[in-house]
Design a protein around this ligand. Structure first.
Ligand SMILES: Cc1ncc(COP(=O)(O)O)c(C=O)c1O
Length: 392
């Protein structure tokens, strides 16, 4: 039977960019000792106080259907958090609780794009972006950012692509580049959004993971609150990737329409997960402790990798990865990642998995214990140096 063009078109055809990851998983399943530095997932589980709150809510009977937009108390807590961090007045009616940031990204595009609309996103990008846009019926248009600019988007490039577009998706702190967008960058982004009447979809799921500079939410810039949908999540901040708890913050009318969408898709997030989220947001020390681990590992990676032959470490200002330029080896990111996996059983993500602008790079997730990470980075650096020497 024929399936819909919409669902068949989600991947856009071709490779989904995860070949290296699947290969590493197959090797692991066959008993090989592969060190995975691929996915953005913590090497610890959700903190105990959050799990206790989840368990207490479930055993107290909160296992029925959830209120679709989210518990009032949780919407209030997210609104208060956003208002406190950004200075922008935010009410519970500006908040929709979603099953993770990913569902928020989809809901946001569904809310603002009509079928066939051009939806801009930046390259390199988080792997699901083009598929999310296509699933919403829109047409993804990638706007390149450049290694020499520290992957900060140029307003002129955005402006050139913006004519006739409906939305622009940005992500700071950025996965995979580790860039934290500067105020100048975001003012340029906001200027383009205002000039071309674009919706700005701002993916801020790493807003607690900032090592250099400060996180600025573009919703806080003049004239932006009315045209910005912010996507947030507890996945990265609280090691809650499996709980699927995120949100969208935006104008009340847009949130109301997204509640209609949630009613016919997710039907809300389980109440015991929402209670766990409330507990998580009530204990700021938990997110500080989680972020501190990645900050420490970022420093470790900088110490091991800076100034090494055969690779260039891009300044990781935030998130939970480092991006390495390995073009001196004359290998593509894919070639480098597969060769490293073959030679040393270390799995890193090829830059090409995140778009063409990251070709010739690899992304290393800082998601194993410090001693293992240090040893792996040392091996990777020696490997890059040897390959670069051969290529010279
Ligand atoms: C940039 C970015 N946005 C969104 C997500 C999705 O996060 P969630 O687990 O909240 O759906 C991720 C996950 O890795 C991400 O890196």
């Amino acid at each position: 039977m024929r399936l819909s063009r919409r669902i068949e078109g989600i991947t856009g055809g071709g490779s989904d960019g995860w070949d290296l990851f699947y290969r590493a998983r197959v090797m692991k399943a066959a008993g090989e000792a592969v060190l995975e530095l691929t996915v953005g997932e913590h090497d610890w589980t959700t903190p105990r106080p959050i799990l206790d709150a989840m368990h207490a809510a479930a055993t107290a009977g909160q296992t029925g259907y959830a209120v679709v937009p989210g518990l009032c108390a949780l919407r209030e807590a997210v609104a208060a958090r956003v208002a406190q961090r950004t200075g922008v007045a935010t009410a519970p009616e500006n908040v929709l609780i979603t099953p993770g940031g990913q569902a928020g990204l989809f809901a946001a595009h569904m809310a603002v794009c009509d079928p066939g609309d051009r939806a801009l996103h930046l390259d390199p990008y988080y792997a699901t972006y083009p598929g999310t846009i296509r699933a919403a019926g829109a047409v993804p248009v990638a706007v390149e950012t450049r290694p020499d600019d520290g992957f900060q988007p140029r307003a002129a490039d955005l402006g050139a692509a913006a004519t006739g577009a409906r939305s622009l998706l940005v992500n700071t702190p950025n996965n995979p580049t580790g860039a934290v967008y500067s105020r100048d960058t975001l003012e340029g982004v906001a200027e383009v959004a205002r000039a071309h009447d674009l919706w700005l979809i701002s993916d801020e799921v790493y807003d607690t993971h900032v090592w250099e500079g400060t996180h600025l939410s573009p919703r806080a810039l003049p004239g932006m609150a009315e045209r910005t949908l912010v996507v947030g999540s507890l996945s990265k901040s609280h090691a809650m990737t499996g709980s699927r708890l995120g949100w969208v913050v935006g104008p009340e009318e847009a949130i109301a329409r997204m509640i209609d969408l949630a009613t016919v898709t997710t039907y809300g997030v389980p109440t015991f997960i929402q209670q766990a989220a409330l507990a998580a947001l009530g204990q700021p020390a938990l997110e500080r402790e989680g972020a501190a681990v990645f900050r420490r590992r970022r420093d470790l990676a900088t110490r091991v990798l800076e100034g090494r032959e055969g690779l260039r470490l891009l300044p990781a200002q935030g998130a939970m990865y480092v991006l390495l330029d390995v073009r001196a080896t004359r290998l593509s990111g894919e070639g480098f990642a597969h060769a490293l996996l073959d030679a040393h059983r270390i799995a890193v993500m090829p830059g090409e998995s995140f778009g063409q602008a990251a070709a010739g790079h690899v992304r290393v997730a800082l998601t194993v214990a410090d001693d293992r990470l240090e040893a792996a980075l040392e091996t990777l650096a020696r490997f890059a140096a040897a390959r670069a020497a051969e290529a010279a």
